[in-house]
Structures are given as structure tokens and as C-alpha cells.
Write a protein that binds this ligand. Structure first.
Ligand SMILES: Nc1ncnc2c1ncn2[C@@H]1O[C@H](COP(=O)(O)OS(=O)(=O)O)[C@@H](OP(=O)(O)O)[C@H]1O
Length: 313
């Protein structure tokens, strides 16, 4: 009796099922874009590159942009902006109001994640691995990792004396850095890199890879191999010849401060351009003003450091 009823029901439903399947096939044939449907970037691997500004992040992303399977592109600027807004929204006081209105952490993660995902996807070409290079976004690396559970991060490390020298002589405006005060700049470098480096350590080596700018310049092949292994993609010789792919795979914005330098082949010009730039009194108290230098293995005692001896992280 029960079987008979089941079969009768199946006979009624089956034509609708077949009809719906037929419609779906038609839709996929008529609209080929439906076949390219991909889950949101929040559920796919994505790469974030950052660091203290002037740490070689543009070079890093250009080398990866030269890889046929990777696309980073220009700085979006809106990604660090929306992340700072997120931090504002969640400040005490605001947070209680939002919770009461049902605008929970999860709702905000999904909304901000959708925004960031769309910006990354739609501001450039499609690629197997999409990436974003907005140096200061890595200050919010732990939250980004919560929003994008499959994300990986490359944190560029550079001698703070070189980054500060670069910001001052190239007149690069960066929020929080006062270009009229070298000591404040070094101290701000210290604060920013400490926050990023601690977050990177917290996420662990599978998720966040610190890369020394100096090592990238001195031994690009070895460093790129390490980065490629971390990203779990195939090696491509293109990454070592990024200058040959400018304007092609690598788009550069005329408004970015690094554009004129990144067009060139990898070179050693910027390694110790800062030597002689800081007053002796400031150099004498470096370990107090910027203790992260020593923590990261930079020699604060020598007039001109030897970057060949940086530690393996
Ligand atoms: N091809 C090549 N070879 C060697 N070094 C290079 C290359 N391209 C960029 N750079 C150096 O990277 C420094 C700029 O860092 P960023 O790109 O992180 O700056 S920014 O935050 O995006 O403005 C900047 O350092 P400074 O020269 O000290 O200013 C660049 O010289």
C-alpha cells in the first residue's frame, strides 16, 4: 500500500523534475557565463601582500603578477579604508548599538568580505590566484583571515631605516608618519611592523610568510622558490624577469610612488641608500626607538649593515 502511494507520487513529480533539469541545461547553454560561476572570494584562496609602506611590496606583487596564474594589480586603496571603517564600527559604544540592531560581527564580516572580494575580482583580469597589494591592510591581517578563511599573506620586511629614508626623500605621505621628524618615523615604523609581525606569527607559517626585501634583492631565485612553494603554485621563470612583462601582465599605476623603480630589473640601488641619512644621536638610541630592528635581525651597530646575514624566518 505504502509502496504503491510512493510510486504514484513519483510518477507525478518526475515530469516536473525532468522539465526543471531541461530548463537548467538550456540556461547554461544560452548563458555561457553561468558555467563560469565561482563561489565568492571569501571561500576561495586569495593572497594579501603588505608591510610598512616602502618595503618593496610593489616589487613583490609585480614579480607575482608576471606569473601566468597570479593577478594582483594596482593598490586599491579602498580595501584598507573599509577595514579601518570596520574597526571604527566595532569600537566600544558603537558595538553595543550594532549588536542590538542585529548587525553582528558575522553580518559585518560577510558585508565587508563581499565588498573586498568584489574589488579584488573586478579591478583587474581573472586569474587562478587573485591577490591584493595594499601595504597597510596587513595591519588587519587577523580579521582578514577570519573573513577570508582560505587567505594567505606575504608580509614584506625591510630595514626600517631604509623605509623611513624612502618615505622622506621620495615625499611619500603615509598616515601616522611625520616626515619632519626622523625619530617619530622610526618609532612609527617600529609600532606598525611589530603589530604586523606579531599577527603574522599568530597566524602561523602556513598562512603568513614574512619575506625580507633585502633577501629578495640579493637572492631572488631562492626567495621566489620559497614564495611559490608557500602559495602552492608551479614555478614560472617569468617571476624572475618581471621587467619584461610590464604593461602586459603587470599593470602599473602612474600615480603610485614605486612605479618608476619597479619598471627596472631587480637591482641593489636602494639597499643602503639610507646610510649617512640619520644623525648619530638617533643612531645611538636605535635599540630604544626601534627595537624591532634587532628583533628582525638587522644590525644596528654597524654604520653600513651586511644584509647577507639576515636570519631565516
Ligand atoms: N626593481 C627593483 N629593484 C630593487 N628595488 C626596487 C625595485 N622596484 C622597487 N624597488 C624598491 O621598493 C621600494 C618601494 O617599496 P614599496 O613598493 O613597498 O612602496 S609603496 O609602499 O608601495 O609606496 C623603493 O625603495 P627606495 O628606492 O628606497 O625608495 C624601490 O626602490
Amino acid at each position: 500500500m505504502r509502496w504503491g502511494g510512493g510510486i504514484r507520487c513519483l510518477k507525478r513529480v518526475l515530469p516536473f523534475g525532468i522539465f526543471s533539469l531541461f530548463c537548467l541545461i538550456l540556461i547554461f547553454l544560452k548563458f555561457p557565463k553561468c558555467k563560469e560561476w565561482q563561489p565568492s572570494l571569501m571561500h576561495r584562496p586569495v593572497l594579501f601582500i603588505g608591510g610598512v609602506p616602502r618595503s618593496g611590496t610593489t616589487l613583490m606583487r609585480a614579480m607575482l603578477d608576471a606569473h601566468p596564474d597570479v593577478r594582483c594589480g594596482e593598490e586599491t586603496r579602498v580595501i584598507p579604508n573599509i577595514l579601518s571603517m570596520l574597526m571604527q564600527w566595532e569600537k566600544e559604544g558603537h558595538k553595543r548599538l550594532l549588536d542590538l540592531a542585529g548587525v553582528t560581527r558575522n553580518v559585518l564580516n560577510n558585508a565587508v568580505g563581499a565588498f573586498i572580494g568584489i574589488v579584488i575580482e573586478q579591478h583587474g583580469d581573472k586569474a587562478e590566484l587573485l591577490c591584493d597589494k595594499d601595504p597597510l591592510a596587513l595591519k588587519m591581517m587577523i580579521r582578514l583571515s577570519e573573513i577570508f578563511p582560505k587567505a594567505k599573506f606575504i608580509l614584506m620586511l625591510r630595514d626600517g631605516r631604509a623605509s623611513v629614508h624612502s618615505m622622506i626623500v621620495r615625499k611619500v605621505p603615509v598616515t601616522g608618519f611625520d616626515r619632519t621628524n626622523k625619530e617619530q618615523m622610526l618609532s612609527q615604523w617600529n609600532k606598525t611592523i611589530a603589530q604586523m609581525y606579531n599577527s603574522c606569527e599568530f597566524l602561523g607559517p602556513e598562512i603568513c610568510l614574512p619575506v625580507y626585501y633585502e633577501k629578495l634583492i640579493l637572492s631572488p631565485k631562492e626567495q621566489m622558490q620559497k614564495i611559490i612553494n608557500f602559495l602552492e603554485i608551479d614555478f614560472s621563470q617569468n617571476v624572475l624577469e618581471h621587467h619584461k612583462h610590464i604593461g602586459d601582465e603587470i599593470r602599473l599605476s602612474p600615480r603610485e610612488f614605486s612605479t618608476s623603480q619597479v619598471k627596472n630589473k631587480i637591482n641593489h640601488d636602494a639597499l643602503d641608500a639610507w646610510v649617512g641619512f640619520f644623525p648619530d644621536e638617533l643612531l645611538a638610541k636605535l635599540d630604544e626607538v626601534a627595537p624591532m630592528l634587532t628583533k628582525l635581525g638587522y644590525d644596528t651597530k654597524r654604520y653600513k649593515p651586511n644584509y647577507e646575514n639576515l636570519p631565516i624566518l
